[in-house]
Ligand binder design. Structure first.
Ligand SMILES: [Zn+2]
Ligand SMILES: [Zn+2]
Length: 565
């Protein structure tokens, strides 16, 4: 198809003036174009009574790489319906694939697309496992994808940081190592997980506070976070450091979270699954909401963005690079089983099944904390809607979450079902804010696109990729966002009324920051001594990336002018 007219929809496009107006949207050759008088279109879609938005972008969802696959292996019950295997799909276009909290790659693509999402980003790619991560994401149909590579608990980084001394005289070497790792793994950004903590766990430390020293390297999480954030800034990487902070899930961890923000000294950063990092120690159970404290900090720091990691009640599986914290939580596994792993001493991972219960005080409070964060951060551009799939709950619960945020009476009804002490005492019960369609569009597409530096995604301006979701207006926002009427990927109709109708291959987003190749001398030495792969084979080339990703388009994203040399 060459041209498409979407007629008469209410266009919610917060990046441009006139958002919320009823108007036509024209697509020419897969790209949004200006309407021309008298133009004839190959296809016209009637969008009256519908809301038209850019395709959804999930900036933090575990969809590829080692721990996702371990989760699938561990959660055999997620791939059976009662005692029986899931029935085969009734849609002849869909290949057999199933699962909810640990869905197969194909089911991941189908379920996202049916909800109007057109891109998803894997947040925790271990450098030594990057090929596998890209192959799995390449196997996910339709969605564009990319990944953040994990740094900050790898032995070489910690060694370089320790060797740099108090003035970090080898900073440029660390910066080049960061750039090289992005280049070699074809990443879209860098994620630090429990800074230095995954490594500290291997040296038998069971916790690591922001100013506590790693016993082997004598460096602190504060130094790790600041150094990585500075490196990305100087390299001109559009997505700022993606931080999974210290002490995930620990009562009182709001302290670590505020200290982490302070450690950044004004450098931009994205704090991920922040719900798991916003806990106080008040009340009878010494576990309380610190959502308001967190929101106050985010409101005071416009350079900080967050995604929430909302929990949803029911069965899920947590899959995290944070071996230290997953080990600590493994006693709560439901069903009782877990697995941890590492490759090449570069990071780690722990997979722990979890069932969030409405009548559990802690789980009810976690649910409340997530919603309180959504409703008390003032600027929607600083908040991204996530459940940290599958850690807080599967991504298929997004429509339900959207309704909770947009519909106060529905939220209050749900709140009343929770553990009575939580329902009676939380700040949430007096929060009246209901998010608007405009704010939802920011949190689910425009905001993530901007935070990732994707200039032609997340909006419907001229020249943007024609990734579009058309939702029929419905007072029941869950029903509305569950089943969009039409979904287009690069102008191709890919879903209609909740059914996949085409499965084009998605593209791969990555960045290419510049660096001094002299760093490769250090790396070659390190690999020769410690690696199991010949250094010459470590980096993924562009042709290989394309093959890994099922022949999908390569979508390099421009870095901005870095402040470094
Ligand atoms: Zn994480
Ligand atoms: Zn995560």
């Amino acid at each position: 198809m060459n041209s498409l007219l979407l007629r008469g929809g209410r266009v919610i496009d917060p990046c441009h003036p006139g958002s919320g107006d009823t108007r036509d949207v024209v697509v020419r050759d897969g790209v949004i174009a200006a309407p021309q008088p008298g133009e004839r279109h190959d296809e016209t879609v009637d969008a009256t009574g519908c809301v038209v938005m850019a395709g959804g972008i999930d900036l933090h969802t575990h969809i590829g790489g080692g721990k996702v696959n371990l989760a699938r292996l561990l959660m055999a019950e997620d791939h059976r319906d009662g005692a029986n295997p899931y029935p085969l799909p009734s849609n002849p276009l869909e290949l057999a694939s199933c699962g909810t909290c640990a869905p197969g790659t194909l089911a991941t693509g189908y379920r996202y697309v049916e909800m109007g999402y057109t891109a998803a980003f894997e947040p925790a790619m271990v450098p030594s496992n990057a090929r596998h991560a890209h192959m799995e994401m390449g196997d996910v149909p339709v969605l564009d994808h990319g990944a953040y590579v994990m740094l900050g608990s790898d032995e070489l980084f910690l060694q370089l940081l320790a060797e740099g001394g108090p003035n970090l005289r080898n900073f440029s070497l660390i910066r080049d190592y960061t750039a090289w790792t992005i280049h070699a793994s074809k990443a879209m950004g860098v994620k630090v997980v429990n800074p230095a903590g995954i490594s500290a766990f291997k040296f038998n430390q069971r916790k690591l506070d922001v100013d506590e020293q790693h016993v082997r390297w004598q460096v602190t999480p504060r130094q790790v976070v600041h150094t990585l954030a500075r490196a990305l800034r100087e390299l001109g990487v559009p997505h700022p450091l993606h931080i999974h902070g210290s002490n995930l899930g620990v009562a009182g961890n709001i302290q670590s979270t505020l200290e982490t923000i302070a450690a950044l000294e004004g450098l931009p950063a994205h704090l991920t699954h922040i719900q798991f990092h916003a806990y106080g120690t008040e009340g009878p159970k010494k576990f309380s909401s610190a959502a308001l404290q967190l929101a106050e900090a985010v409101n005071a720091h416009p350079e900080i963005s967050i995604d929430v990691g909302q929990i949803m009640f029911g069965q899920t599986v947590t899959a995290s690079g944070d071996t230290m914290r997953q080990y600590a939580q493994s006693g709560l596994a439901n069903p009782r089983k877990w697995v941890g792993a590492d490759i090449e001493a570069m990071a780690g991972c722990g997979v722990v099944p979890f069932r969030y219960r409405e009548q559990s005080y802690v789980n009810a409070l976690q649910w409340v904390i997530g919603l309180e964060i959504f409703l008390s951060v003032k600027n929607p551009w600083q908040v991204v809607l996530t459940t940290d799939h599958p850690n807080g709950g599967p991504f298929t619960s997004y429509p339900h979450l959207i309704r909770l945020l947009m519909d106060r009476s529905f939220r209050d009804e749900q709140l009343a079902k929770l553990h009575p002490d939580v329902a009676a005492n939380c700040a949430l019960k007096s929060m009246t804010r209901e998010l608007t369609l405009e704010e939802i569009a920011v949190m689910t597409r425009a905001g993530p696109a901007r935070l990732l530096g994707l200039k032609d995604r997340g909006h419907l301006g001229e020249g943007a990729a024609a990734d579009i979701a058309v939702y029929r207006e419905d007072a029941d926002r869950e029903a509305m966002f569950r089943t969009p009427e039409h979904v287009f990927k690069d102008g191709i109709p890919v879903a209609r009324a909740g059914r996949v109708i085409a499965t084009p291959v998605g593209g791969t987003h990555f960045i290419e920051p510049g660096y001094d190749t002299a760093v490769e001398k250090t790396l070659r030495r390190h690999w020769a001594a410690h690696g199991s792969v010949n250094f010459d084979h470590v980096a993924i080339g562009k042709d290989e990336l394309c093959r890994c990703c099922n022949g999908g388009r390569l979508l390099p994203t421009e870095c901005f002018e870095g402040s470094g040399s």
